[in-house]
Design a protein around this ligand. Structure first.
Ligand SMILES: [Zn+2]
Length: 306
């Protein structure tokens, strides 16, 4: 039940295969109905239709939508303000978010999905209260971001925090980003499933299937998670030495299998982290699950500085 009488924001999270959306009250997180649809057709048309469904549902109560935030797997060029990359939504590339209208909302803000998820975890989730935070989101790919002294790290062009493209093994697999041996190629859900397929010859849909096999005692499935955990641990140690965060949040779809890799990840990370940086460092699974991108996009859209 909606009890707020204003200051609501709509958050969207446009994934490769899904569009999620919800009304968000900045002080409380999501309120009211959550929409989780399959991606279809033009992204902007789907956003507009989703917006209408949410506001129609909320119009039963006194609600005022002030802003909308859209999380995308991509980036904005901070120099031009234009959407610079969106590999799963190519129709957005080159657009000026300032020209996009959704209903009566004055501002539509586009943000990187991992940055949005990290911001949400810092405001309402596993990193609440921390001012120096690193987020790693392991799904079909690996996304990431960093909050330094309470502010999201953006970088000169806008692609800071691409933890998935940290080089972990210079001779490793080539990556669509143009690099080689990126963390994403070694520790994403896609990489976990690929490792399992290579070693067993068995076909699996994705890391979820490998997690099921691991829980049933399949040693090759357990090894695939251990291997990814070690690469993630090396990445966490490097980030801990570089950024000295209080908290490292590990989220994304694969984080649901935290029981299968959290311990290995933490042990490896602590082994490679300098003692001073390791002191007080917490490595924790994300708390907000599938809605972190939605919540973060909404929060960033409603905050003037973000
Ligand atoms: Zn890469």
């Amino acid at each position: 039940v909606l009890v707020d009488n204003g200051d609501l924001t709509i958050g969207f999270d446009v994934g490769g295969t899904s569009v999620r959306a919800a009304l968000v009250a900045p002080q409380r997180g999501t309120v009211g109905p959550v929409i989780d649809d399959v991606r279809e057709g033009d992204v902007l048309e789907q956003l507009a239709a989703t917006y209408t469904r949410l506001t129609d549902a909320a119009a039963l109560r006194p609600v005022q939508v002030l802003a909308a935030g859209v999380a995308i797997p991509g980036s904005l060029d901070r120099r031009t303000g234009l959407i610079a990359s969106a590999p799963t939504s190519l129709e957005l590339v080159g657009l000026d978010p300032g020209t996009i209208r959704l209903g009566t909302v004055g501002t539509v803000r586009f943000v990187n999905d991992a940055n949005a998820a990290l911001h949400a975890e810092q405001e309402h989730g596993a990193a609440r209260g921390a001012r120096d935070v690193v987020g790693i989101f392991v799904g079909t790919g690996v996304g990431g971001g960093a909050v330094v002294g309470g502010r999201l790290l953006i970088g000169s062009v806008g692609v800071a925090g691409e933890i998935g493209h940290m080089v972990i093994a210079p001779d490793g697999p080539c990556c669509p980003c143009g690099g080689q041996g990126c963390l994403e190629q070694l520790a994403s859900g896609t990489a976990i499933a690929r490792r399992y397929r290579q070693r067993t010859g068995r076909d699996v849909d994705g890391a979820r299937d490998v997690a099921l096999a691991a829980r049933a005692g399949d040693s090759c499935a357990i090894e695939a998670f251990h291997r990814a955990a070690r690469y993630l641990g090396v990445a966490v140690a490097t980030l801990a030495n570089l950024m000295n965060p209080e908290v490292v949040v590990v989220g994304g779809g694969v984080a649901a299998a935290w029981d299968l890799f959290g311990e290995d990840l933490t042990r490896t990370a602590m082994h490679h982290t300098m003692p001073l940086a390791a002191r007080g460092l917490r490595i924790v699974p994300a708390a907000l699950g599938r809605l972190s991108g939605v919540i973060g996009a909404a929060l960033l859209a409603s905050s003037p500085s973000g």
